[in-house]
Design a protein around this ligand. Structure first.
Ligand code: URP
Ligand code: ZN
Ligand code: ZN
Length: 466
């Protein structure tokens, strides 16, 4: 049986046109005007709707243990159901080994929690918290056998941070085996120094989280990593870019011809540090790293998304219960688990506040939500594009539908949205994964076993990222 999606407007990173789409065996079989259904075909009427390549969230943390017996509130089941209802058709999460742990053991742990529990297709980046011969051999094996073609690194946090020398070695491993190196760009010494100082001064409320993570910590880390990548002649992907200062370093690295890519997240485009000074401990809902910045930074980052300096919008979805988890830091903000939800809200927010407010075009929306992450992370051309032979993954948006964000509608296990009360103008109508409608009008119609593990292609820098 085939499925035909009729009368919609197809919008990709490069084109906008009206056509019907014929889907067979999970793939796009034909795109043309007026495709005639055969008896028994399923017909989906997309009149008045916009059909985008399925949105990819390249940065999530589901079912992630993070010390002190705390695990993120959303697991793979709730997180990917929330993703599906919010218009996302694929996610890339992180397998995080401890120092000394075999990388394949870490992956096995994450696969045990994710396999059979994902409503959308899924993959993993591997975090490298050290560099030695064992890690080099195991990372090579993950690239070759498991299709894990991106290495996440940290310049901050005692349990994860690596030295500049280790970063250079990881760049060498990535070059040899075809992986993209990602960086959490914060200078760990600045964070530790500022936290010590705040503690000494008795400043322990959540309003001090931002002070503990100044923008200079981000810009210094971006600058240093770009320099090290320039020396190594290797590309770099900076995750969750938050500040105009960090962006300035991305701009100068790119002006110097370095292939430095940047991801930002809805929270850095739509929320500001004012939230740390409102309603007392409510501020803990927004304790994430890097922190929210000045409202002025929001527009500067939007312009960078529009102009191509930022190529990806992901979520860094890392959800904790406000009541029962975030309150671990009631008397000391450094104990508040860092992170916020966003996997369900991303598509609606970026469409409403990016496209509808005229900050980015519809084609740019397709690029940053789907095509660029697919190309950077080895999912293209199966994903990230609407073309014959590609997976039939679509995010279908009703540009006229309006709504308001309400935690009760988000399918989360977590108990709050950072965007509660945000008005939506244009909303996801349908999410189609490999030809199957897995969500319609925010109702989940899929199954928690539908999602497939995605082995990703190697990174060779040849794809044009816009
Ligand atoms: O606060 C955050 N972002 N938590 C998730 C882990 C990370 O650093 O991306
Ligand atoms: Zn991070
Ligand atoms: Zn993260």
């Amino acid at each position: 049986m085939s499925t035909i999606i009729k009368n919609g407007t197809i919008i990709t990173a490069g084109e906008t046109y009206k056509a019907d789409i014929l889907v067979e065996d999970e793939k796009i079989k034909q795109i043309s005007e007026n495709i005639k259904p055969s008896p028994g075909d399923e017909v989906i009427d997309a009149s008045g709707l916009e059909i985008y390549p399925g949105a990819i969230d390249a940065h999530t943390h589901l079912d992630m243990p993070c010390g002190n017996n705390i695990t993120t509130a959303d697991d793979f089941e709730s997180g990917t159901i929330a993703a599906a209802c919010g218009g996302t058709t694929a996610i890339i999460d992180f397998a995080n080994p401890k120092r000394g742990q075999r990388l394949s053991d870490a992956l096995e742990f994450w696969r045990k929690n994710s396999d059979g529990n994902c409503a959308v297709d899924y993959a993993f980046h591997i975090t490298l918290v050290e560099s030695n011969d064992r890690v080099a051999a195991e990372a090579a094996e993950l690239v070759e056998k498991e299709g894990i073609t991106s290495f996440k690194t940290f310049f901050a946090y005692a349990a994860m941070r690596i030295s500049d020398g280790q970063f250079l070695e990881i760049l060498d491993i990535a070059r040899k085996h075809g992986a993209l190196v990602m960086l959490h760009a914060e200078n760990g010494d600045i964070l530790e120094h500022s936290m010590k100082k705040l503690h000494f001064e008795g400043k322990k409320g959540p309003e001090f989280h931002e002070t503990a993570h100044p923008a200079i910590a981000e810009s210094e880390a971006v600058h240093r990593a770009a320099a090290l990548c320039g020396y190594s002649k290797m590309p770099l992907y900076v995750v969750h870019l938050s500040s105009k200062e960090g962006l300035a370093e991305i701009r100068s690295a790119r002006a110097a011809g370095l292939p430095v890519y940047a991801e930002t997240c809805p929270q850095y485009l739509l929320l500001s540090n004012r939230l740390y000074h409102k309603n007392g401990f409510e501020a803990a809902k927004f304790v994430m790293s890097p922190p929210l910045r000045d409202a002025g930074d929001n527009d500067i980052l939007w312009n960078a998304v529009r102009d191509g300096l930022i190529q990806v919008i992901a979520t860094d979805h890392c959800s904790f219960l406000f009541k029962g988890q975030k309150d671990a830091g009631k008397n000391d903000f450094t104990k508040i688990p860092n992170g916020a939800p966003g996997i369900a809200e991303r598509v609606n927010l970026i469409y409403s506040y990016g496209v509808k407010k005229g900050k980015i075009s519809k084609n740019r929306f397709a690029a940053v939500m789907s095509t660029n992450p697919a190309k950077l992370f080895g999912l293209y051309p199966e994903k990230g594009v609407i073309a014959v032979g590609s997976d039939a993954d679509f995010t279908v948006i009703d540009p006229d539908r309006k709504g308001v964000i309400n935690i009760a509608d988000l399918n989360y296990k977590t108990d709050y949205s950072a965007y509660e009360g945000f008005a939506l103008d244009g909303m996801v109508s349908m999410t189609i994964s490999r030809g199957r409608v897995i969500a319609k009008d925010n109702k989940f119609l899929g199954s928690k076993t539908h999602g497939k593990y995605m082995k990703r292609s190697k990174f060779d820098g040849s794809a044009s990222i816009i």
